[in-house]
Design a protein around this ligand. Structure first.
Ligand code: COS
Length: 383
């Protein structure tokens, strides 16, 4: 749902201009320094980018899902590290509080997340619980008016910068599966919160992840999201439904950028006396990529509209995430191929994008997990 076409267009134009003029020229610097310069973070704050999805009553822009995916198409056209820095506050780091938090929790945290004063992370994955998220071992033991949380979380995006963590922990050890899991908001400076070393990743330099270790971390019971134990897994799944749609939209943006770069290269690069864009085998790669991007974009917009209509989009979000991220991988591969040898050296952005977009098929649920979600939902609906 687009609330006001004109207002959205103004926002999209300003984001497009910011991406073109401020972010794309700094991509190489992000890769080289493995960090985002403070002046860019300040500009992102001033533009309100940390609070895009947080409702206006808490200081954000309160964009709808359809508006959000339109923004993600734009942000996807540059290094994913920039989007990642604002991504947790707009997605997995805030949505649990927004969807299931108490009024007090929302008032406490959402305004600071919206302004970018505070960064957030989502702590679900563990060393032994990735795709099988419900098998997580982190425990939260009730002790008087508090819970004491112990366990290790792995590959946590923005953990080195976050001031709060949404932590999924088992409050009922009797229940081994999802029903025993609760979600907590844990503040970074709580005694016992320890960060591991930064992970050295294949790509997405400038986007930081690390382990977060909870060593008998005592938090007041009011930090339990929604005040209800045992529903933390459902909160996590709802957060991921939305996050998956966002990643699908980002994949579309990244694929559009890679294809635009490949087209420019193909029109400039001459072999056998003519631009390589004139060769039909190059044209096939361009055309296949264009059509697949278009198909992905249609899926993402359709799923976003359904979510705005209040429908359960678990299946659609997984379809879009699976299709768009796999499409993005194919487009990255073709665009390296179109660049030939130039595609393998870091002078051209495609070398970096090829590594950066590989993660899209893995995080917020692998392609294989999306297949499982889709098929299970089909079977459930049919019976
Ligand atoms: N929205 C709301 N509730 C949901 C839901 C959704 N999208 N998906 C599942 N649930 C509920 C189910 O209805 C079920 O509730 P009941 O016990 O009341 O019936 C409960 O959650 C457990 O669901 P399920 O039985 O499907 O859980 P499984 O352990 O079988 O696991 C998968 C489901 C594999 C889909 C889940 O573990 C998953 O998504 N794994 C990937 C995790 C991931 O994406 N990690 C990325 C890292 S985070 S960036």
């Amino acid at each position: 749902m687009i609330r006001d076409t004109e207002t959205l267009q103004i926002l999209l134009d300003s984001i497009r201009q910011f991406v073109n003029e401020a972010l794309i020229p700094r991509e190489h610097e992000v890769e080289e320094t493995d960090s985002i310069a403070p002046d860019i973070v300040t500009q992102m704050r001033e533009m309100g980018l940390f609070g895009l999805t947080i409702p206006e009553e808490f200081g954000g822009l309160g964009v709808t899902m359809e508006e959000e995916v339109c923004i993600a198409f734009e942000l996807g056209r540059t290094s994913p590290a920039f989007r990642s820095y604002i991504g947790t506050n707009n997605g997995i780091g805030s949505i649990g509080i927004l969807l299931d938090g108490t009024d007090e929790q929302k008032l406490d945290y959402l305004p600071r997340l919206a302004s970018g004063e505070l960064l957030s992370s989502f702590c679900l994955t563990e060393p032994d619980a990735g795709s099988d998220a419900a098998s997580l071992k982190t425990v939260a033991v009730r002790d008087g008016d508090d819970y004491v949380i112990s366990g290790t979380k792995r590959f946590i995006t923005n953990a080195p910068h976050a001031g709060i963590y949404t932590v999924m922990a088992r409050t009922n050890p009797e229940i081994k599966g999802s029903g025993g899991i609760s979600a907590f908001i844990v503040e970074r400076d709580t005694p016992g919160v320890v960060l591991g070393k930064r992970d050295h990743k294949m790509g997405q330099k400038g986007a930081h992840t690390c382990d977060v270790i909870f060593d008998s971390v005592r938090v007041p019971a009011r930090q339990l999201i929604g005040g209800v134990p045992g529903v933390g897994f459902k909160t996590a799944m709802k957060v991921l439904d939305k996050g998956r749609l966002h990643i699908a939209a980002l994949s579309v943006g990244a694929a559009e950028r890679m294809l635009a770069d490949a087209l420019t290269y193909a029109m400039e690069r001459k072999q056998f006396g003519q631009p390589i864009a004139e060769f039909q085998l190059i044209q096939a790669m361009l055309a296949d990529s264009k059509a697949e991007i278009y198909a992905s974009k249609c899926m993402v917009i359709d799923a976003a509209r359904k979510r705005d209509d209040g429908l359960n989009v678990s299946t659609e979000a997984s379809c879009a995430k699976m299709f768009a991220t796999e499409m993005c991988g194919r487009v990255a591969d073709r665009c390296v191929q179109i660049h030939g040898g130039a595609g393998y050296v870091s002078e051209y952005a495609i070398e970096r994008f090829y590594r950066d977009v590989r993660l899209f098929r893995i995080y917020e649920g692998t392609t294989q997990i999306q297949q499982i979600v889709i098929a299970r939902n089909m079977i459930r609906e049919a019976s």
